[in-house]
Design a protein around this ligand. Structure first.
Ligand SMILES: [Zn+2]
Length: 443
């Protein structure tokens, strides 16, 4: 891990990032996430073990704090926890552990989240792929209702509906064969609980192809409601384990003089085959037998890692002080920041680190904390927002917008109405803009 490079970049960045002018904070965040962070977690899989040392995680967090403060245009006195939470960044140590885990999973098939009874699903090795000259991918038509189904169905074609399902942590797949002459055949498969719906959908399509070949069906149409699965199959170079197997089946069928076609069928529009496949997949998920397929997808590992990084962000947020009183949990803060970005004025109002005299007095920048409006009241942010007569005009517009209700300065109330969000932020921005000259800090 090198801290020198990110620090150097930070020093270059600060030249054109100032609290009230310079690069837009949103751009600073983009630069941080897409340039700085990848430099820091480069080859994380190799050195992430160092994160067990407290001094390493602390160093990373203080490095991240430098960028976070620039993103929120905050004062340099803001704590690590508050600045990172307000900038809505993933705490670096947790992020690095996640990147390292995903990296190791891809390289060695090992992850801290991999259940002991399942291996990781890996991309097919190039030796398993069809020869490049034979790779064509598959095309699929679309069936969106019963009329289209009737118009495209042919009496000489066997239709196979496939479906996958994940419900209450159980995963199943099924296909149903509707033969022109003869009774329907239903095949069910159970997948390991870690598997995804995508895997279930692909397993069903793969199973349908194998069945058509085994039974030497001259004309087969496979109808799936999985657009993502069929789209994956349009990529002739896909290394997805199922896609490769399906390509091989389609090619083998062609060599045997059989035809397998594909169609995407819209789900839940009353197409009987799709409905039967859907309920068969659901019952397949509940089968009491060893899973027919048990490879964990990389998406599961990514998901588990993202849960852990979110947990780390919540834990860091728990170390905040002032802001925790305004928003009891990180989700409340995130919702609030969706309505307004934490720029200069807003950051001051949320962190209590700003130009108001109670803060300046605390850091011994002024001789007292008295507000010039009466030279008696302590000039806290609350005084400025709720009481100070100097800012009566913007306060009045806000209170009119809030219908003069008593909770007009409470954040949940403000957030519930778009017009109060606007007037409240105008009020705060005006206070912060005028505060320096009001306190005669500038001539
Ligand atoms: Zn005042």
């Amino acid at each position: 891990m090198s801290q020198k490079k990110p620090k150097k970049l930070f020093n270059k960045l600060v030249v054109f990032v100032k609290p009230t002018w310079g690069a837009h904070p949103e751009n600073v965040k983009i630069i941080y996430e897409h340039v700085i962070e990848p430099i820091i977690h480069y080859a994380a899989g190799i050195w992430s073990a160092a994160l067990k040392y407290k001094h390493v995680t602390n160093k990373l967090l203080s490095l991240q704090r430098l960028f976070a403060i620039k993103i929120i245009q905050g004062f340099r006195t803001i704590s690590t926890a508050t600045s990172i939470s307000l900038a809505q960044l993933t705490p670096l140590p947790a992020k690095i552990l996640a990147v390292a885990d995903i990296e190791l999973s891809k390289l060695r098939g090992f992850s801290r989240f991999l259940p002991s009874d399942t291996p990781l699903e890996r991309p097919s090795p190039p030796s398993n792929l069809l020869h490049p000259a034979l790779r064509t991918g598959v095309r699929f038509s679309e069936v969106t209702d019963l009329t289209e189904l009737d118009a495209t169905s042919r009496s000489d074609t066997t239709e196979i509906y496939t479906d996958g399902s994940k419900h209450d942590g159980r995963v199943g797949a099924a296909f149903i064969v509707l033969q022109p002459h003869g009774s329907p055949i239903i095949k069910r498969f159970r997948l390991h609980d870690c598997c995804s719906v995508f895997q279930a959908e692909m397993l069903a399509i793969d199973g349908a192809c194998a069945w058509a070949i085994q039974n030497k069906i001259p004309q087969t149409r496979i109808l799936s409601d999985s657009l993502s699965g069929l789209t994956e199959l349009t990529n002739p170079n896909s290394c997805n384990h199922f896609a490769v197997s399906i390509f091989r089946s389609v090619h083998a069928a062609w060599e045997m003089g059989l035809v397998i076609q594909f169609a995407w069928v819209k789900a839940h529009v009353g197409i009987p085959g799709n409905e039967i496949a859907d309920s068969a997949a659901k019952t397949a998920a509940l089968l009491h037998r060893r899973p027919d397929y048990l490879h964990t997808p990389i998406s599961y590992i990514k998901h588990e890692n993202s849960l852990l990084t979110k947990q780390a962000a919540r834990e860091l947020y728990g170390r905040c002080t002032h802001i925790l009183g305004l928003f009891p949990d990180l989700q409340n803060l995130t919702d609030y920041l969706k309505t307004i970005k934490p720029y200069f004025a807003i950051t001051q109002s949320l962190t209590n680190h700003g130009y108001h005299k109670s803060y300046l007095f605390r850091f011994k920048i002024t001789e007292n904390d008295l507000c010039p409006c009466d030279n008696q009241s302590s000039q806290t942010l609350e005084h400025l927002i709720v009481k100070c007569p100097r800012f009566a005009s913007t306060r009045l517009s806000h209170s009119i917008a809030a219908g003069n209700l008593p909770e007009l300065f409470e954040i949940p109330f403000i957030m519930s109405r778009p017009e109060t969000i606007k007037t409240y932020h105008r009020h705060i921005s005006y206070i912060i803009k005028q505060l320096k000259s009001f306190n005669s800090l500038i001539p």
